[in-house]
Design a protein around this ligand. Structure first.
Ligand code: CDP
Ligand code: MG
Length: 197
């Protein structure tokens, strides 16, 4: 027969153990919450956007200078390829414009020569890349923006960039297979922003 010793442990010993466990648990919880908060903030900040260097950009030999702007900003190029956009892909990409009167000329332009498709990744990349492009019409775009510095056309405005997070996800899927995306952590990461930013 098994006899259990039901005599209570000295009170001081059980209390201090419990207190130590509680302290340890509390610290782990705080650490976990801090880590979760940091990860959530990081995932909100790090975004991907689809950039297309349009046929005018390729023909005018401006690809290198324009890609440099995104690199200079501290963004990662995590996928790139030269390709021809087919009329079908143009219709998918510009689905919101297909019914517009000017769509046929846009399709003719965008399918009229090779483009460079790229995925740009970085902090708040979707909005920041759009602001780096400037407004649609190069004549309205300020100096310092890509469209403002390199063009004066509404259609031949050199670069496309996704206009929101949803559009970015849809457009990246349209142009790239997942296996073509090559993400990496650049060694300069710790010099691009503060950890609590
Ligand atoms: O590219 P973005 O989002 O700034 O402009 P959009 O209004 O979504 O138009 C898509 C593209 O269609 C533009 O970048 C232009 O190349 C072209 N476009 C055009 O050919 N004629 C217009 N009246 C407006 C836009
Ligand atoms: Mg647009």
């Amino acid at each position: 027969m098994v006899h259990y010793n039901s005599a209570p442990l000295p009170r001081w010993s059980g209390d201090s153990h419990r207190r130590r466990y509680a302290d340890c648990f509390e610290r782990m919880l705080v650490l976990f919450l801090l880590l979760a908060d940091l990860m959530e903030r990081e995932s909100k900040l790090m975004q991907r956007t689809l950039v297309l260097l349009k046929p005018d950009c390729v023909q005018r030999r401006l690809m290198g200078r324009i890609i440099s702007r995104f690199e200079d900003k501290g963004y990662n190029l995590i996928a790139m390829k030269m390709m021809r956009i087919t009329p079908e892909l143009a219709r998918q990409h510009y689905a919101e414009h297909v019914e517009k009167a000017w769509y046929p000329t846009l399709e003719g332009f965008i399918t009229g020569g090779p483009v460079l498709a790229a995925v740009v990744e970085g902090i708040d990349a979707v909005d920041v890349v759009r602001s780096m492009l400037g407004p649609t019409n190069g004549r309205d775009a300020s100096a310092g923006t890509i469209r403002g510095d390199f063009g004066c056309s509404r259609q031949m405005n050199l670069v496309h960039a996704s206009d929101g997070l949803e559009a970015a996800a849809r457009e990246i899927d349209l142009y790239f297979d997942k296996r073509e995306i090559c993400e990496y952590d650049p060694t300069i990461s710790s010099w691009l922003k503060a950890v609590d930013e």
